[in-house]
Design a protein around this ligand. Structure first.
Ligand code: G4P
Length: 349
């Protein structure tokens, strides 16, 4: 029943893409579009940027990071902000912070929208990362980025407070970006549009979908709920016991857990059978809202393993694609066929 073909249906405004069929690694793909504009805008701005703040979802820091951003901002000091930490497992957040803080040129902070004054911590961390910037002659210039729904608008609005103004029509500030003045010598540039990574880690696709970062019509609720419950069953069985009365979740299959969710929460249809779609929606909603407790869907070690496996599969797929393209070009006689080993060499003069 599960982990077969997934219908990746795209919602309005997003490009339709092929179904993930060959393996789990292609299970969820999603392209919000207009990425080339975003890429260009970041590329143009990055030279004048002192620190890049990447907002991550503390429940899935690895999956909510954007490798393309890392490429575009290479060499710049980076502040990783683990946002929505109020929803994440505090022990896991501590692991992720230690993981990032051990990287050269990187600092990491936990944050959530409930914090009254997040600006101080952010500003201090930026000054530590770029100590030569500051003062009116050399104001700190910071770029803030993050995937959809990670809480960027909420944070920016808090940082803006009453004082700061949107100054998008100033000279030197492109129409698509915003410059927010946090202090007289501290400017925050908001990345325009969306920079969405190509998902090469299957688990990242599921975790992003569970978190609410992916458009609703681009994934299958049941598939995502089963993956979520599988992880909870193994790592947070107490959450399943507390919320759904499933005392032996570790011993159940994912489908049985989903059925248990439906029964407990009254997602039933005629004949008393569980309405699986409804049960899946409930499980996803309970995770997003924090009703299941503070949960993190990946540790740094797990994510590193998923990434290595995803990159290997991706490389293998690329080799196959290249071979198919090469064969096509040879058929069209656009490239010469390689000489056979037993063919005699051309006689030389
Ligand atoms: P974005 O600009 O990055 O796309 O995200 P935005 O600020 O709009 O925030 C997305 C959702 O996440 C909002 O919920 C917002 O209230 C919530 N959010 C932001 N920061 C935090 C945080 O630190 N903790 C928690 N618990 N929630 C946070 P929403 O308006 O209800 O939208 P949705 O969840 O229904 O999509």
């Amino acid at each position: 029943m599960r982990k077969q073909r997934i219908d990746v249906r795209q919602s309005t405004g997003q490009s339709r893409i092929p179904l993930g069929t060959e393996n789990k690694n292609m299970a969820i793909q999603w392209f919000p579009g207009h990425m080339h504009l975003t890429r260009k805008a970041i590329g143009e701005r990055i030279r004048e940027i002192d620190v890049v703040i990447e907002l991550l979802d503390a429940r899935l820091p690895g999956s909510s990071a954007n490798p393309m951003l890392a490429e575009l901002t290479r060499g710049k000091p980076a502040l990783k902000v683990l946002n929505k930490q109020d929803l994440a497992d505090p022990a896991r957040t501590a692991q992720w912070l230690a993981h990032y803080n051990a990287m050269p040129g990187v600092r990491a902070l936990p944050l959530d929208a409930g914090m009254a004054t997040p600006a101080r911590a952010l500003v201090d961390a930026c000054h530590q990362l770029a100590p030569l910037r500051g003062g009116m002659a050399k104001p700190m210039r910071v770029l803030i980025c993050g995937i959809p729904n990670v809480g960027k608008s909420t944070l920016i609005n808090t940082l803006k407070g009453k004082r700061a103004a949107k100054t998008g029509d100033e000279a030197g500030v492109t129409k698509t970006e915003q410059r927010i003045t946090i202090a007289d010598d501290f400017y925050l540039y908001d990345t325009p549009g969306v920079l969405w990574p190509r998902i090469i880690v299957a688990k990242s696709g599921y975790n992003l979908a569970a978190s609410g970062a992916i458009g609703r019509n681009a994934f299958d609720d049941e598939e995502v709920a089963l993956e979520l419950l599988d992880y909870l069953r193994q790592h947070y069985p107490q959450a399943l016991a507390a919320r759904y009365g499933l005392l032996d979740a570790e011993a159940l299959s994912d489908e049985q857990v989903l059925e248990g969710v439906g029964r407990r929460r009254g997602a039933l249809q005629s004949g008393g059978r569980v309405n699986v779609q409804k049960a899946a929606e409930i499980a996803i909603h309970d995770f997003r809202s924090g009703a299941l407790g503070r949960i993190t869907l990946e540790s740094p070690e797990e994510f590193a393993q998923w990434l290595a496996a995803g990159e290997k599969l991706d490389a293998e797929r690329q080799v196959k694609k290249d071979a198919i393209e090469q064969a096509r070009l040879m058929r069209l006689k656009k490239v010469p066929r390689p000489a056979r080993v037993d063919e005699p060499d051309e006689p030389s003069d």
